[in-house]
Design a protein around this ligand. Structure first.
Ligand code: AHR
Length: 621
């Protein structure tokens, strides 16, 4: 195959092209990106007195424990407490973390909890011991004492834990025990944090955040996905319940079947996005919940939700003379955050008839207030026809590897009329086109597979070719716990100790780190064939960057006739494997990209093994 590359660029590559899509699904937030190590730390949204309310907690040393609705609640947002009845001896409670706790001797952990003595006050201070212990209880890795003053008022205590050794596995508990005390103590809002990514307060798990930073992402779409929608209107994501002290965050029933603490709140997202050098693509709730409840078509019914969305945006970009901007400043960020894109809902193709009135209601109110923000519609593109005409759409694609390759031409025929597109979710998820969302036994991927990743690469060639109208794209879902998940495959899998980079992760990275500045048109690939390519020009250092995907089993040589003289050696990054190969917890590095140096030539021959993606950077003379 010979590809002739044109020296005249057709369009620039937008700065926003490759980024991240995030929502709390498969414990990607609580138990994932969010650094908190304790599960069910504040007994949010649970029913007191039930076994379920004690999720992740166990008694230690003969204590009796129960979640109660405290007669003196810690706060109106956190009405529940963990009541511990301590017998003589050493007794208390333990938390198993999010299916394990990573005990690392090079870390210092910050631990805290609230307490009060609801009945008879002890005659003197009570010693509580916070510890990191093996789940079997045989090994104490770290412990520290804190003194609890005899008080019936809620009081917070803090300590640090520095393990004397790293644990061999993550089967560890955090415990708080009491000695020389027998009686009743109420506790609430426990917390245990390792060092966070870049030291952000109430911030992110360092290894996951680093893996995301290593993708070189430009944007972060959040907080959903289905998870912004809620299963009901009452349980939708509400920004104002996610900011301020943790004691004022009630949490919510997440859309993905577990409680969200909202410890990872709007402010934490925005600070982290800034630290990562990304920009937000932020969603507002658009009047439709996933269970089917929709806000009625009346100005009065819609007004409170539109106002909540306005306040959400004001919190992000309002100046400090506005209530939202002042609140943001009080949390430590007087400067407005960057906010260029706001998405109105998520996948409103599931409620198109009501989006016909919801879209204009939100747009007519919000666009004049925030003229510099580009609002994205979330129905199918131009279906239904919305007014005012959307400037941009977010479109989602989950399909087979084969579908992605064949549809690399998807945007080629779109009108160039000012409308821009965000491929806000896409992934090859199954080899079975008639049961895409089925089980692994029916072809669904558990982890991204090499053939899926190569199919996605073929599709991404089309996104680069159409980057004059496709301004952003993100694989989804981004993160999923290895076992506690609601969706597979995910770009990164993780558990309490490990982060597993998938074959699709590496493909995303190869595109993102080699995005170039301008697109050079070239001979068109046959969309029903097996070879797909894209060539861009990079300004500094000057280079042509060739990307080539081979979705077939047979190796192929492709000659790229480049439009200018080249010099020196070219750098080849290549990933290839068997079509069903995946990186898994057992074999996390089964398929990784390999970097090598190859001879550069103006007729540049790239050898593409079967099921491979290659990126060749050719320096310009
Ligand atoms: O990425 C998983 C889900 O897929 C998202 O929450 C939703 O937007 C889509 O249907």
């Amino acid at each position: 195959t010979t590809v002739v590359v044109n020296g005249t660029a057709s369009h620039n590559i937008p700065e926003t092209l490759w980024g991240l899509m995030f929502e709390d699904i498969s414990h990607s937030g609580d138990g994932g990106l969010y650094g908190e190590l304790l599960q069910n730390r504040a007994f949010q949204e649970v029913t007191p007195g039930t076994v379920a309310a004690l999720a992740a907690w166990t008694p230690v040393g003969g204590a009796s424990i129960a979640v109660i609705a405290d007669s003196t609640p810690l706060s109106s947002a956190l009405p529940n407490a963990l009541q511990i009845i301590v017998p003589d001896g050493v007794a208390g409670v333990g938390n198993m973390g999010f299916w394990g706790i990573n005990v690392n001797a090079s870390w210092t952990y910050n631990a805290s909890f609230f307490f009060r003595f609801p009945d008879t006050l002890p005659s003197s201070d009570v010693t509580a011991t916070a510890s990191l212990v093996s789940a079997s209880g045989g090994t104490v890795f770290a412990s520290a004492n804190v003194s609890l003053s005899p008080t019936a008022d809620w009081t917070q205590v803090f300590t640090t834990l520095t393990p004397s050794a790293s644990a061999p596995d993550t089967l560890n508990n955090f415990t708080v025990t009491f000695k020389d005390f027998s009686g009743t103590i109420n506790t609430a809002l426990f917390s245990l944090f390792p060092p966070t990514f870049m030291g952000q307060e109430n911030g992110m798990r360092a290894d996951i955040a680093q893996a995301l930073l290593d993708l070189g992402p430009s944007f972060f779409r959040f907080p959903g996905g289905n998870n912004i929608e809620g299963n009901t209107i009452a349980t939708r994501w509400q920004w104002n319940n996610t900011v301020g002290p943790l004691t004022s965050r009630p949490g919510r029933e997440g859309t993905w079947s577990y409680i969200n603490t909202d410890g990872l709140g709007l402010y934490e997202y925005l600070v982290w996005i800034e630290l990562m050098g990304m920009q937000p693509i932020m969603a507002i709730w658009s009047g439709f919940s996933l269970g089917g409840q929709t806000v009625a078509n009346s100005p009065d019914a819609l007004a409170p939700y539109i106002e909540q969305a306005r306040q959400q945006i004001e919190f992000v970009v309002g100046n400090t003379s506005t209530p939202g901007g002042a609140l943001r400043a009080s949390l430590g960020h007087p400067e407005p955050f960057t906010l260029n894109f706001v998405e109105v809902g998520n996948e409103d193709q599931f409620a198109p008839s009501t989006y016909l009135y919801r879209w204009p209601a939100f747009m007519n109110a919000l666009q004049p207030l925030f003229p510099d923000i580009r609002f994205l519609a979330t129905t199918f593109i131009f279906n239904p026809v919305l007014g005012p005409t959307p400037q941009s759409y977010d479109s989602h694609m989950y399909d087979t590897p084969d579908w992605f390759a064949k549809n690399s031409i998807m945007y080629d025929g779109f009108l160039r009329n000012g409308t821009t597109y965000f491929e806000g979710e896409y992934a090859a998820i199954s080899v079975n086109p008639s049961d895409l969302f089925g089980t692994p036994a029916n072809g669904r991927f558990t982890f991204p597979t090499m053939n899926g990743s190569v199919g996605e690469a073929a599709f991404m060639m089309g996104l680069e070719r159409n980057a004059d109208i496709v301004f952003a794209a993100s694989y989804a879902p981004l993160l999923g716990h290895v076992t506690q998940n609601q969706w597979t495959p995910n770009l990164l899998a993780f558990d309490a100790g490990a982060v597993i980079k998938s074959t699709s992760y590496y493909v995303q990275q190869m595109f993102s780190l080699n995005r170039g500045d301008a697109y050079l048109p070239s001979t068109r690939a046959d969309p029903s064939g097996t070879l797909f390519w894209s060539v861009v020009q990079q300004n500094a250092p000057p280079a042509f960057i060739i990307k080539l995907a081979n979705t077939g089993a047979d190796a192929a040589n492709v000659t790229f006739q480049l439009p200018a003289a080249v010099k020196g050696a070219a750098r080849l990054v290549q990933i290839s494997g068997n079509p069903t190969d995946s990186n898994t917890p057992e074999s996390p590095d089964k398929v990784v990209p390999v970097t090598s140096s190859v001879d550069a030539g103006q007729d540049m021959v790239v050898a593409a093994p079967g099921f491979s993606v290659s990126v060749v950077t050719v320096p310009i003379a």
